[in-house]
Ligand binder design. Sequence first.
Ligand code: AMP
Ligand code: MG
Length: 502
Amino acid sequence: MAAIQDSTAGTATTVAGLESTFADELSALTVPWQGAAAPDPQLLVVNEPLAASLQLDVEGLRSVDGVGVLSGSTAPVGAKPVAMAYAGHQFGGYAPILGDGRALLLGELLTSDGRRVDLHLKGSGRTPFSRGGDGYAVVGPMLREYLVSEAMYALGIPTTRALSVVATGRDVRRSGAEPGAVLARVASSHLRVGTFEFAARQGEILQPLADYAIARHYPELTELPATGANNRYLRFLEAVVEAQASLVARWMLTGFVHGVMNTDNTTISGETIDYGPCAFLDAFDPSAVFSSIDGGGRYAFGNQPTVLKWNLARFAETLLTLIDSTPDDAISVASAILDTFDERYESHYAAGMAAKLGLVHPIVDRGLVDDLLTLLAQHGADWTGTFRALADELRGNSEPIDDLVPREHIEPWLQRWHGALTEQGRDAVETASAMDRVNPLYIPRNHQLDAALRAATDGDLVPFEKLLEVVTHPFDRREEWSDYTEAAPESFSETFQTFCGT
Ligand code: AMP
Ligand code: MG
């Protein structure tokens, strides 16, 4: 059983079971590094179920030595912490060296079901990749990542997870002084499209990286040959295209706006990563942008599938030399795989929308979905609230949907929807229950998250803890949680902005 143990001397800490296959096998992509000492580390939140699934002892994590490790102050005995190198296209422009400028890979752990995951720290101090940055992170944004990633997990959306946030006791300069913090994050891996962009330009390391990624994320492909028409690199590209098409469809179904879909924030595993400027839609609006630095709307809600496909094209480019030694042939087979993205995305989205509307897939009337989206956009209807309101309508309670879209405008659409349900022989009440199982009641609403993070930054964690409890039970209606289904006041939504890398 893995545990964080205090040594008798009280200075050395071990995290049993910590391995470092990435640092050992791909050292050309890492720089051994140590976190900055935190002046006064205090544990703000720790994820007990996640710790248990990693076979970590929660009491050990809460101990002085455990908090030392989670703050980056002390490296566990035998660990080989590294900063990972990567490149990336940011807002379309290529940055040849990004890398972990304020993060460290501590190592890897095996989950109780045998999966290898990374244990990673964010906000742990300057590294050789810091460029002009201070290497730190602050309490608000780290708790934001903690809460939103755990909400995504509870919604069943592939994501990195949060193990803990430790306040470091250091004042960090942002717009004013803010309390410093370190997030401990767990991910299937931290391999990104940007890791491949970096490796492809280094040359020799590319193939070992691709083989490592295949073994770790798509082990069913390891037996395929390295060359030939059905080589493993081509199938690897296809597997990543599929995983990411499925992921972005889940975002679109949930109203999630990532906010900074640079290629360094696009994973090879198909998990959502980096919750900097993300937000959830209140009113449905394809052009919704929340990030303060995305004036052009490149990463607007409705653009996400297109941008993802663009990122995957950058990924495909990195694999061309492995896919076929004749460049033209490599381009033609890789392009054919990329061209499957739209169909894959559409099929995941359509299946998800069918479930949200209580219909069996495939939906016969594709216009039914598009016409609903048009109505919701015209009336600025709350995305999350709409699908619960439709289930209520099936149970004979029309008030919720009437509050969102005036009856005279939605009535013809409701008639068509009822018609489709009847045609599919679906019982209304059973259908409503099935819809409630896929349509969340509680999401991290921007105004509530904002208020909780402000309070936490001022030292009051209670609103954060309560919101965390609610959004990690997104489908379970509880009377005392009714406030959490309320859309943001207009005065809030008009000015709400999110910030990157803060
Ligand atoms: P992100 O926008 O968080 O995905 O980060 C993009 C790049 O900026 C990565 O290379 C980060 O390591 C780096 N970065 C972000 N914030 C900081 C910071 N405060 N200090 C150093 N590097 C940073
Ligand atoms: Mg990033």
